[in-house]
Design a protein around this ligand. Structure first.
Ligand SMILES: [Zn+2]
Length: 328
């Protein structure tokens, strides 16, 4: 599971400058939401049957309208849509109204679910899937501070009931001997219908000017770093990182800030604040990124390093707090 581009962008902005109060709030909401989705994804993965497919963060934009779905579980019996809510304040739903800590809540989660499912119904129908379509709010927070009175119990599920619910669903599915092929086909069909980059956020050139340039430490985010041949040393926490990795990480950060741009060496270089030379950035772009159709530029993966290059092994490994060693 990966964070959305907007979430990644806010984190890059936070590392390189100050967020506005609105952005701070937005980042907080995104972090809490992401943690909840991650938690839900892991729990469902643990409890689900192996042949079921669990998809996450799907965005659709077709004639039916635009919707985003947190989690979608494909089983022999049909599709289960989960809208994950990671609430730890006191939420109360009574007589058709939501309250948060005793005050009215702006958005009605049930109304939002209803809207999503109305649109999703059309997608489900056009897929040719003959199974059921079920939509539920999933309250994932362990504190279980959500109290619901008078709502259709089919429309929501609490964390404590999730395991039992999926076990029962699995039992219901045992009448199907093997429908793995259909599940796989439906998952592929859905993925082919999603729009990966629908809501991209970019920053202005002025905002870019105001950002702190250079390589920040991968551990403590300090800019007090020094590129020493094959390593980047952090003078604040004493860690070292392979310089190839640090450069790659910084290039990815640039791509997240400007999702609509291809990656050009001269432009990307401006984020390094003079810490790295042109040829080195160019060499790494050539090594790790695909050449784009526009001359002299590379395809922007619009993804931070942790998601794009996680499995790449570097010759030099990162070291934490082992003192700063300068190479001769
Ligand atoms: Zn550091």
């Amino acid at each position: 599971m990966r964070k959305s581009q907007e979430h990644q962008l806010l984190e890059e902005l936070q590392s390189r400058g100050r967020l506005s109060p609105t952005e701070e709030k937005e980042l907080f909401i995104r972090r809490v939401g992401f943690e909840g989705e991650l938690e839900a994804f892991q729990l469902i993965s643990d409890y689900k049957k192996s042949e079921w497919q669990l998809l996450n963060d799907l965005t659709f934009n077709h004639d039916f309208g635009e919707i985003q779905v947190d989690l979608l579980l494909i089983t022999q019996l049909g599709w289960w849509v989960f809208e994950v809510k990671n609430y730890d304040s006191d939420y109360e739903y009574r007589d058709g109204k939501w309250l948060v800590n005793g005050r009215p809540k702006a958005r009605d989660d049930f109304a939002q679910l209803k809207r999503t499912m109305e649109i999703f119904k059309n997608i489900h129908r056009s897929s040719g899937s003959r199974g059921e379509l079920v939509g539920k709010l999933l309250f994932i927070n362990e504190s279980d501070s959500v109290e619901i009175v008078g709502a259709d119990s089919a429309l929501y599920l609490k964390r404590a009931k999730l395991k039992r619910y999926l076990q029962e669903l699995a039992e219901d599915c045992t009448i199907f001997i093997d429908d793995t092929v259909n599940i796989e086909r439906e998952a592929q069909w859905l993925l082919s219908w999603t729009e990966k980059n629908l809501r991209l956020k970019s920053i202005t050139d002025d905002r870019f000017e105001s950002l702190r340039k250079g390589i920040y430490c991968y551990l403590c985010r300090s800019f007090n770093t020094e590129v020493v041949r094959f390593h980047v040393c952090c003078h604040a926490c004493g860690s070292t990182e392979a310089s190839e990795k640090a450069i790659l990480r910084t290039i990815c950060g640039y791509g997240v800030l400007f999702p609509y741009k291809n990656l050009k060496t001269s432009e990307v270089l401006s984020l390094f604040g003079g810490q790295v030379k042109y040829y080195r950035v160019n060499k790494i772009l050539k090594k790790y990124f695909e050449v784009s159709s526009s001359k002299g530029s590379f395809i922007n993966p619009i993804n931070s390093f942790e998601y794009q290059f996680l499995n790449i092994k570097f010759r030099y490994i990162d070291k934490r707090n082992l003192g700063i060693k300068k190479e001769s």
